[in-house]
Every structure is written in C-alpha cells, then in structure tokens.
Design a protein around this ligand. Structure first.
Ligand SMILES: *[C@@H]1O[C@H](CO)[C@@H](O)[C@H](O)[C@H]1NC(C)=O
Ligand SMILES: *[C@@H]1O[C@H](CO)[C@@H](O)[C@H](O)[C@H]1NC(C)=O
Length: 282
C-alpha cells in the first residue's frame, strides 16, 4: 500500500508538470524512470509486505491509461487552440473576401469614372486649344480693328441759297461739315482723299429751288466721271441723287462738280449733301 500511495502522488505530480506543456516523450521517459524507482522501492519492501504481481500489473495498466488520457487531454487542448486560431483566420479571410468582393463590385464604376475623367480631360484640352486659338483671333481682330482707319464724312453745301450758274465747271465746296472722321474730306477744296486702299461708299444729293433753273452735277473719281445727274423740268424744287461703292487706291480723290451753265441750291434745310465712308480696306 505504501508503494501505491507513492505512485499516485507521482501521477499527480506528473499531471502538474504536463500541464506546463513540456515534451510528451521526455515526460514518458521521466514517468518510466520514476515508476522504476517506485518498483525498486516496492521490490525492496515486497520482501517484507509481499504485494502480489497481479496488483502491480493492474497498477501498471492504470498508470498507462492515465498517461494515455493525459496525452489525449493535452492533444485536445492543442487542437482547441488550433481550432480557435483557424476560426480567427477564417474570420479574417471572410473579412478580406468581403472587402475584395466590394472592390470587385465597384471596380467597373471606378473604370467608368476614370474613362470619363480622361475623356473630360481630353475635351478640356481640346477646348483649351480652341479657347487659346479664339483668344489669338480676338487679339488679331482687335489689332486689325485698331489699325483699321476710321473714315466717314457727311457735308452740306451752304446756307447761302443760290450757287451758279457759272460759265465753267466748278468743284463744289461743301462747307457745312456734319461729320468728318479721319479728316479725309477737305471743306476748303471740296475734295475727299482716300487715306487707304479700300472700298468706299459714296453718295450725294443735289437740290435746286429756283424757277426755270435746271440742275446738273457730276461725281468724279480722280479725273474720271462716275455719273452726271440732271433735272431740266421747268418747275421748282428739283432733286437729283445717286450712290456708289467705289474701289479707291490710297490718295485717290472723289469730288462733285457743278457743270457749266447750271445752278444748285442749298439752305438751312441741308438738301444738297455729299457723304461717304470706308466700307473696308483691302
Ligand atoms: C419748293 O419748296 C419750297 C420749300 O423749300 C416750297 O415752299 C415751295 O412751295 C416749293 N415749290 C413748289 C412749286 O412746289
Ligand atoms: C442743317 O444742319 C445744321 C447743322 O448740323 C443743323 O443745325 C440744322 O438744324 C439743319 N437744318 C435742318 C432744317 O434740319
């Protein structure tokens, strides 16, 4: 009985040591070593106490079972720990999978967005280029406009009434200046001089109020007649007029001539006039 007590105490001791997680094989060896010690003690004492070999065999069997169970217990603890770790890994993987699924789900949207951004950037580049080109054009037009001469005149003959007849052609000096932008018309000579090559709109109006006095005036471009207008009806208040677009070289002149033997009339009513402006330079 003393030997059995020692053995149980030994088993308890072993259980505590195993719980600390030392290597199973080493422990088995230790246990066998201790058992041999206990057996030796028993052999010594068996001569005195005389325990039967059957009891020893049973004890040995019990010991083996206990060892086996402890090993199983330990294994199951390890398995539990590994299971728990596996579960955590599975959870982690699930989470990662969810994130991945989410990413895959929104990937087409991202691609679409990127495509749109790129398209929009391209559009912007095109627009910027067009804008820049437009700005250049605007600058060019501004420059052209600033450089473009401004020419416009509108003049009336006189407030004095009767002019002519004379026994020679005379250039009509329109002395009432309504407008003379660019000063291309000279009221002293009655001559308009083109400051630049271009197309000019020119018009005139002649009036005669005297009874039995006919009217006849001529528009000249340099020394070339553009038109001669006349009205010789034997009544009061005659009017003649005409208009042209003329291509003038720079320095070309335009003026009105009262033909020899004819009269013209102007008053505060401003009915005999001469006007023109630069349509566009060329
Ligand atoms: C001619 O015009 C004047 C106004 O300038 C007018 O008083 C006169 O009656 C007109 N003469 C005729 C014959 O129409
Ligand atoms: C004729 O022109 C002058 C100068 O511009 C103006 O003051 C006057 O009122 C005009 N006469 C008439 C009858 O419109």
């Amino acid at each position: 009985m003393r030997g059995a007590t020692v053995f149980l105490a030994l088993l308890l001791c072993l259980h505590g040591t195993w719980a600390q997680g030392e290597k199973e094989e080493n422990r088995k060896k230790e246990v066998q070593f201790e058992i041999q010690d206990a057996k030796a003690t028993h052999d010594q004492s068996s001569s005195q106490t005389n325990i039967s070999p059957e009891i020893w065999a049973e004890l040995k069997e019990l010991r083996d079972m206990a060892i086996e169970q402890m090993v199983e217990l330990r294994n199951s603890k390890i398995l539990k720990a590994r299971m728990s770790s596996c579960e955590n890994e599975v959870k982690e993987l699930k989470r990662e999978n969810a994130v991945l699924t989410c990413f895959l789900f929104i990937l087409p949207s991202i691609a679409d967005l990127l495509a749109r951004v790129t398209a929009s950037e391209n559009k912007n580049t095109v627009l910027e280029a067009r804008m820049s080109s437009s700005e250049n054009e605007v600058e060019e037009l501004k420059r052209e406009n600033a450089e473009r001469p401004k020419v416009a005149f509108s003049v009336g003959l006189t407030d004095a009434g009767e002019v002519g007849p004379f026994n020679t052609d005379i250039t009509l000096k329109f002395i009432k200046v309504f407008t003379n932008i660019g000063q291309a018309y000279n009221p002293t000579t009655g001559i308009f001089t083109a400051p630049v090559k271009g197309y000019y709109y020119i018009r005139f109006n002649g009036w005669e109020a005297r009874p039995s006095q006919t009217i006849r005036i001529t528009l000249y471009h340099n020394d070339k007649i553009i038109t001669t207008c006349f009205d010789n009806k034997d009544v009061y208040n005659l009017t003649v007029s005409n208009a042209f677009v003329l291509q003038l070289e720079k320095g070309d002149v335009v003026y009105m001539v009262l033909n020899s033997g004819y009269g013209i009339y102007d008053s505060l009513h401003n009915r005999t006039t001469f006007s023109g402006f630069l349509l566009f330079a060329v």
